[in-house]
Design a protein around this ligand. Structure first.
Ligand code: MV4
Length: 587
């Protein structure tokens, strides 16, 4: 088994991977940007390494910094999560070139599935058809017209090197062909750096159904069941579920077998997902995602398998050791993505900020995979997924009701979330009866009346502003030069000649901490007030000790830098205080 896994990601997926590693006794290494230095994934990991930078490009997409962290930590494997470098063949090669295991598919499989034309050809070669169309790039509007006349209108024009849904154009008649083609080429160039486009028949009310596959390095590839991800808005999935509602078992078996053939055709190893469009009983290959997906927990809840565990086992060379017939599928699971976005009026406006309250739901059949806790900040620099709420029920209706119950139990304050929109969707008769399609959220669902209470003034980042200070520390006699992130306020100043003494036995406090010269005396660190030496009305001199703070087993004198009269004493012996708390006011 792997010994130590570095997770080249952040947020809930980094937390998700850490949890399974811990259960398996595998050590974990987090990496973090400057903004994430106190993030949940960093707090949970066994060790953590700074990548520097704020934006994704400066941090989680900084190959050199990630490679240095691998080197420094001695990690023997890297889990890429999703997004960032998860589907980057060059990154996978950079990892394996150093003799470190990449927890994902071989780079060649990432490459074959990396563009639409080559993946569609690979699927066709394996006997799995895409939506009827032609894979040769088109350059002449006459080809679009000829295609529409042969297969019928509307026609979909897609970017050959695209993915994720951007750059698709729908052409309803011959006279729209030229303009739509040019606009599709321009968008393809702008989004994907390549202008090539190709044609498919357009399906007007499809469902997005994807099949989870899992392959070991010994020639065994299994399908673990489908997920229906038809609830989307602008290609962002909102809700996913398994099994797909109103989906005949013979179609499921055929789709599972098709997904296995696609995976085998590209030499796939590890967990992957084959996406299909499904309409009128027929399914068509769309693309393959060569990573663990956001919505993987839906499959975990239905099968009882831990997909991250199997990713690690397969990556370390273990055979699956079970066959297609052994894959359990029980009940129904639904996942809702909770994003820090304000869905008022159906607009879904990003709402970054500090989460002031986070009360998670609990109870039977409820799982929350979150990347944040109360006090954590959702940054505008990254994906604003706060977490995923996943429920299990014995059937779809039980799961739907349980999800509504759990969503209404969840309290998140400080940022707006998509929860009110999720509730509206789950409550809608079209969702309850599974009459929705990939177009439903944008064409039918009306959220214009949705009004979310304002979250209040955005938490002032100045509140928590910290500065980097370099200090010398001695740990068991060895000198270290360390960098400390400390609150931006006057820091502790040791009185000249003062030597710290052990607390409790020490009669006299020696170390001195000053709360600044403003007359408002604050403590610079967390601790307990053990003695208050002044009373309201007392006259004090500059440098005089006003109280004694016990912190980190040391007694510290809290001194005033300013002379004057004590107007307020805000603490008493025994009180717990934190950095910045005011203890005494002097005028
Ligand atoms: C289609 C389609 C209808 N007909 N292709 C958009 C994402 C991209 N990966 C494929 N997409 C679509 N391709 C044909 N021939 C409708 C969509 C589509 C869609 C697909 C999956 C999930 C959500 C979607 C939302 C709008 C359109």
């Amino acid at each position: 088994m792997l010994q130590k896994v570095l997770i080249a990601n952040r947020g809930e997926i980094a937390v998700r991977v850490i949890r399974t590693c811990r259960e398996l006794g595998v050590a974990t290494v987090a990496v973090y940007s400057e903004l994430d230095r106190d993030a949940l994934h960093v707090r949970l990991a066994d060790e953590a390494y700074a990548l520097g930078g704020q934006t994704a490009a400066e941090s989680y997409l900084n190959t050199e910094a990630i490679l240095s962290a691998i080197e420094a930590s001695g990690a023997d494997a890297v889990h890429p999560g999703y997004g960032f470098y998860s589907e980057n063949a060059d990154f996978a090669r950079a990892i394996t070139d150093r003799g470190v295991t990449f927890i994902g598919p071989p780079p060649e499989a990432i490459e074959v599935m990396g563009d639409k034309i080559s993946s569609r050809r690979a699927a066709e070669a394996a006997g799995v058809a895409g939506v009827p169309g032609r894979t040769e790039p088109v350059t002449d509007p006459a080809e679009v017209v000829a295609f529409g006349e042969e297969f019928g209108w509307p026609v979909a024009i897609k970017a050959a090197f695209g993915g994720g849904g951007r750059g698709m154009k729908v052409v309803h008649s011959a006279k729209q062909a030229a303009e739509a083609m040019e606009s599709a080429q321009r968008e393809a160039q702008a989004y994907f750096g390549r202008p090539e486009i190709y044609l498919e028949r357009f399906l007007d009310w499809p469902r997005h159904i994807e099949m989870q596959v899992l392959a070991d390095a010994h020639g065994s590839t299994l399908w673990l069941g489908e997920r229906d991800c038809s609830c989307q808005r602008r290609h962002q999935k909102l809700i996913e579920e398994s099994p797909a509602p109103d989906f005949p078992d013979d179609v499921r078996q055929a789709m599972g077998a098709a997904a296995v053939r696609v995976a085998e055709a590209c030499g796939y190893v590890n967990a992957g997902t084959v996406e299909f469009l499904y309409q009128n009983g027929e399914f068509y290959f769309l693309e393959m995602n060569t990573r663990l997906q956001v919505e993987h927990p839906v499959t975990e809840e239905v099968t009882g398998l831990d997909l991250v565990e199997w990713q690690l086992r397969v990556a370390s060379g273990e055979p699956l050791g079970f066959s297609q017939h052994d894959v359990p599928r029980r009940g129904h699971a639904i996942e809702v993505r909770i994003n820090a976005e304000d869905p008022s009026g159906g607009r879904f406006v990003p709402s970054p900020g500090t989460i002031t309250t986070f009360r998670p739901p609990a109870g039977p059949g409820v799982r929350l995979d979150a990347g944040y806790e109360a006090g954590d900040t959702v940054s505008q620099f990254y994906d604003n997924l706060v977490g995923k709420l996943v429920v299990w029920g014995h059937d779809r209706e039980a799961a739907r009701r349980r999800m509504l119950r759990a969503l209404k139990e969840t309290v998140i304050e400080g940022v707006a979330t998509t929860i009110p929109a999720d509730i509206a969707i789950l409550d809608h008769p079209d969702f309850a009866s599974a009459a929705h399609s990939t177009n439903w959220v944008e064409q039918t669902l009306d959220l214009s009346g949705l009004q979310v209470a304002p979250v209040g003034p955005a938490a002032d980042p100045g509140d928590k502003a910290q500065v980097l200070r370099e200090v010398t520390a001695e740990v068991q006699g060895r000198r270290y030069q360390v960098k400390l992130w400390v609150p931006e306020m006057p820091v502790a100043v040791a009185a000249p000649g003062a030597a710290p003494t052990r607390a409790r036995k020490a009669a006299k406090p020696k170390a001195a901490v000053a709360g600044g010269g403003s007359g408002t005396i604050t403590v610079p660190m967390q601790g307990t007030i053990v003695k208050v030496l002044v009373s309201e009305g007392d006259t004090v001199e500059a440098g005089q000790t006003v109280c004694v703070l016990e912190a980190m087993k040391m007694e510290n004198a809290v001194n005033t830098e300013k002379a004057g009269t004590v107007t307020k004493v805000k603490v008493a012996a025994g009180d717990s205080v934190g950095p910045g708390d005011v203890v005494v006011v002097i005028e």
